[in-house]
Design a protein around this ligand. Structure first.
Ligand code: PLP
Length: 426
């Protein structure tokens, strides 16, 4: 069968598709697996109890039917949008009106729209999305319908301490390289985008870095897209004291996935009215209207403050504790070996760098899989970079910290055995 160019592009076997497929199959097999690979949020009993209660209230009051038995407008569930606008005004003092908000079927859906609105073919040439830091969220990688995709530069690597201990590093934006890219002069950058906290590294771009990116975007008359899937105010899996910023030139994206509702597929875009209108038009054509279940569940939780409370008092501390627990195990396993861990500043992963690893992280992934532990190798996360002569890009792995403590213990013990043996035999 002949597929169009669009069809060919979206049906090709991208690296990450193969990897996700592989993870899914390994999980479905009857072999026991230490799952440190996926992006699922943790199952936290207090959070599950809160969602169960809200769902029961919706059923008992009959609101569930009002919600799921009717389409919303293409912009999304009206009550949720109004509640969000009130919430953002009260919480941050931003001048947010309902016309500044659109819902999407997951924030992944929003990035597909945004990257194709601001990147791709324009009259007069192609524009790309600038990623100030790579490694970045792998889900961005193949989202373009046409044109060349991402522009980025290698990160600066700074050795840092964490809780007074060495063995950590932090990526920093290389602004000298970024600000002097020739693509600026030719008008080839259509938007800047970063996830903050970042999947896969747990990095949180500093307020200074964000201010500089904000300025750069304004200077060039392009939007700054901030992917806040792990940030404040929900799920608030962020352990540094940073400011969340928004104004007319910033597109701020939220998600209900990491609070524990990934299959509710609810993304929230906060932007100027022109961008929101564009998203509404795309929603109408692609989805008719976004899903309403997540909106129905979270509206009362935003109104009574329980979502913010759960995020601050349960979700954030849970992941902070998981991170410290995993770090203690890792530092024990690799006491005399060259492991550096990216400073754990947020999100639900640790990013491990095995300097001078004798094999590629893709090969390490294969060996670990054979040994019953799943992680994600680093190469696909270096979105927009040619990694062929960039050794660092082949020396890292991403491990999820959402699993229970036994999974962390067994998985990290296996990583320890395998990687120590590799260094010992090198
Ligand atoms: N952005 C980041 C940084 C993510 O890690 C994810 C999912 O893992 C997404 C966006 C997409 O999430 P969703 O489509 O479930 O909102």
């Amino acid at each position: 069968m002949a597929f169009s160019k669009f069809g060919q592009k979206f049906t090709q076997k991208s690296g990450i598709l193969q990897l996700m497929d592989d993870l899914g199959k390994a999980l479905a097999s009857d072999q026991p697996i230490n799952m440190l690979g996926g992006g699922n949020p943790a199952k936290i009993p207090q959070v599950n109890a809160a969602f169960t209660q809200v769902a029961q209230n919706l059923i008992q009051s009959g609101q569930i039917i009002d919600s799921i038995a009717n389409y919303s407008t293409p912009q999304g569930d009206d009550a949720f949008i109004k509640t969000l606008a009130d919430f953002f005004r009260a919480e941050y003092g931003w001048n947010v009106q309902p016309e500044n908000i659109a819902l999407t079927n997951g924030s992944q859906n929003a990035f597909f729209y945004l990257f194709n609105l601001f990147g791709g073919e324009f009259e007069g040439g192609n524009k790309r999305i600038l990623l100030p830091l790579s490694p970045e969220y792998v889900g961005y990688a193949d989202a373009h319908i046409s044109g060349s995709h991402f522009q980025t530069v290698r990160p600066k690597i700074e050795r840092v301490q964490h809780n007074g201990k060495s063995g950590f590093f932090k990526y920093r934006v290389d602004f000298d390289a970024l600000e002097t890219l020739p693509e600026w002069e030719n008008g080839e950058i259509g938007a800047i985008c970063c996830s903050r906290p970042t999947n896969p590294t747990g990095n949180v771009l500093t307020d200074e870095e964000m201010a500089r990116l904000d300025k750069l975007a304004q200077q060039h008359g392009i939007p700054l897209i901030i992917d806040n899937a792990y940030g404040a105010p929900f799920p608030n899996i962020i352990h540094t004291d940073n400011q969340l910023i928004w104004h007319d030139n910033i597109v701020l994206c939220f998600s209900l996935s990491k609070i524990g509702l990934p299959s509710a597929r609810t993304g929230i875009v906060l932007a100027n009215a022109e961008i929101i209108n564009a998203i509404n038009s795309l929603n109408a054509i692609i989805n008719l209207s976004p899903t309403r279940m997540g909106a129905a569940m979270v509206t009362p939780m935003l109104q009574d403050g329980s979502l913010k409370q759960l995020s601050n008092e349960v979700i954030r501390p849970f992941y902070a504790e998981q991170a410290e627990y995993a770090i203690a195990l890792l530092q024990h396993e690799f006491a005399d070996y060259p492991l550096a861990i990216h400073q754990p500043e947020g999100a639900i992963f640790l990013w491990l760098w095995f300097e001078n690893l004798p094999i590629s992280s893709k090969e390490l992934y294969e060996i670990l899989k054979q040994r019953g532990t799943l992680i994600i190798p680093s190469e696909p996360f270096f979105v927009g970079l040619d990694t062929r002569d960039y050794r660092h890009a082949h020396e890292c792995i991403r491990m999820s910290i959402a699993g229970d403590k036994t999974v962390l213990q067994q998985g990290i013990a296996t990583i320890g055995e395998v990687v120590r043996e590799l260094y010992d035999n090198a």
